[in-house]
Design a protein around this ligand. Structure first.
Ligand SMILES: Cc1cc2nc3c(=O)[nH]c(=O)nc-3n(C[C@H](O)[C@H](O)[C@H](O)COP(=O)(O)OP(=O)(O)OC[C@H]3O[C@@H](n4cnc5c(N)ncnc54)[C@H](O)[C@@H]3O)c2cc1C
Length: 401
């Protein structure tokens, strides 16, 4: 099954990630990470400072779903708190939002250390509706955030500073950030401590639990003996007979030409509340990247014909949003990819029902932000410490269903 189709903008135009060899001998390590997308790269960068880590990827690093993420980094989740009430207490949702803000700050710290080679910029975020009937939905969410110290403003059609129509919207000043996900992965991988323990074109095939270690076999029949194994394989779950643990969707994206004399309020990252929702941001060179029109992930939804009709729909929607761009925008890139969703909008991060086997699978619209926090969680678990958010991310919540 192919997880990405089309021409992903982020890895097409930019400096390529350095090539790593394939594994051609047997090795031993404390922790094996399977998967070198943005999540595996985040995990590998931080954990390799404290543990003996080997990372393998069955293909090239950063070339799967990572290459087509819009990379809007926000603290808000896919659903409003009112929809997630069953999943979280009020205190928990606020903690999760604050965790999101801290994750963005952590990326900023990394960028300060290594330089901004991945177009990282902090941005406000804007979540809006065009439906009058959704007043209460947005107002309640706004009140919740404001009452818990999250800086935000409520806009309606009378004080709307954006150059498109809204009924209501929540504008979060320190709502998030944006970056180039492929170049961020490049920086993470190339600055990791374990340079001679990263292997591309090396696929995980199978494992056998031994008394005090795990024996992993690769696609070229090499053996990796490890104490723990972490699957950061994104949504490629076929190998593990667990493809049903995450609900998967295909999401479609277009990137326009560079736009002259065009911007919106403070270059905020934007989401609407349509079902399925749309999301957009302005790239640093003033191209719009616009995504959405999600459908369940299956082969027939990734055919050229289906994808073309979705790109056209996105293009028309963009023009409805910004009628002043009529005759000025063209689609320069179009692509689609797979993303996962869970009931509580959070990824599956933590120990599975098999001893010493962990998942590090990000989900939802802010999977990258969650992965930044997930590193702390994973570090605690590897040190046999408890973590405040363990119960919210644990894979057991779906494996035990
Ligand atoms: C169009 C689109 C827009 C998105 N927008 C956003 C956004 O704005 N913000 C956000 O936070 N998230 C967004 N996402 C989600 C984001 O892309 C994912 O959360 C993130 O890329 C997942 O990264 P990953 O490393 O887990 O997966 P991937 O990038 O898919 O990497 C998984 C890696 O595992 C490797 N692998 C798989 N199986 C094996 C095996 N058996 N052995 C060895 N290696 C293996 C693969 O080769 C691959 O390199 C978006 C996703 C899509 C598709």
């Amino acid at each position: 099954m192919q997880y990405v189709k089309g021409t992903p903008y982020f890895c097409k135009k930019f400096k390529k990630i350095k090539e790593y060899p394939y594994l051609n001998n047997d090795i031993t390590t404390d922790v094996l990470i399977v998967g070198g997308g943005i999540c595996g790269a985040i995990l590998n960068y931080y954990l390799s400072q404290k543990f003996d880590i080997v990372l393998i990827d069955k293909g090239r690093i950063g070339q799967c779903c990572t290459s087509c993420a819009t990379a809007i980094l926000e603290y808000q989740l896919d659903d409003f708190y009112s929809k997630l009430k069953k999943e979280f207490s009020k205190e928990e949702i606020i903690d999760i939002y604050k965790m999101g803000i801290n994750s963005v700050n952590k990326i900023e710290k990394f960028i300060k250390k290594y330089g901004n080679e991945c177009d990282f910029y902090k941005r406000p975020s804007f979540l809006y509706t065009t439906k009058e009937s959704e007043y209460k939905l947005l107002k309640n969410e706004y009140e919740l955030r404001k009452n818990h110290g999250l800086k935000c403003e409520f806009f309606d059609k009378h004080n709307n500073p954006f150059n498109f129509h809204i009924a209501y919207g929540i504008y979060a000043q320190n709502g998030g950030a944006e970056l180039n996900p492929y170049l961020f992965t490049k920086q993470l991988i190339e600055n990791a401590k374990n340079q001679n323990k990263i292997f591309e074109n090396t696929g995980y095939e199978s494992m056998i639990q031994k008394e005090d270690y795990i024996e992993v076999r690769t696609n070229y029949n090499q053996i990796i003996n490890c104490k723990r194994i972490i699957f950061a394989t994104g949504f490629n779950l076929e190998e593990f007979d667990n493809q049903d643990i995450i609900e998967r969707f295909t999401t479609y994206t277009i990137v326009t030409n560079k736009l002259k004399d065009f911007e919106w309020f403070n270059r905020a990252t934007i989401h609407d509340t349509v079902d399925p929702y749309h999301y957009l941001r302005l790239l640093p060179n003033n191209q719009i990247i616009f995504g959405g029109e999600d459908v369940p992930f299956k082969k027939s939804n990734m055919t050229e014909k289906k994808a073309m009709s979705k790109y056209k729909k996105l293009y028309n929607y963009l023009l409805t949003m910004f009628p002043m761009l009529k005759g000025k925008i063209e689609i320069e890139y179009s692509f689609c990819g797979c993303f996962g969703a869970t009931d509580n909008n959070l990824g599956l991060i933590g120990e599975t029902d098999t001893d010493n086997v962990y998942y590090f699978l990000s989900c939802g619209a802010n999977g990258i932000v969650n992965a930044m926090y997930g590193v702390e969680l994973m570090e605690n678990l590897l040190k046999n410490k408890t973590d405040k958010f363990e119960h919210l991310f644990t894979p057991l919540r779906v494996l035990n269903k």
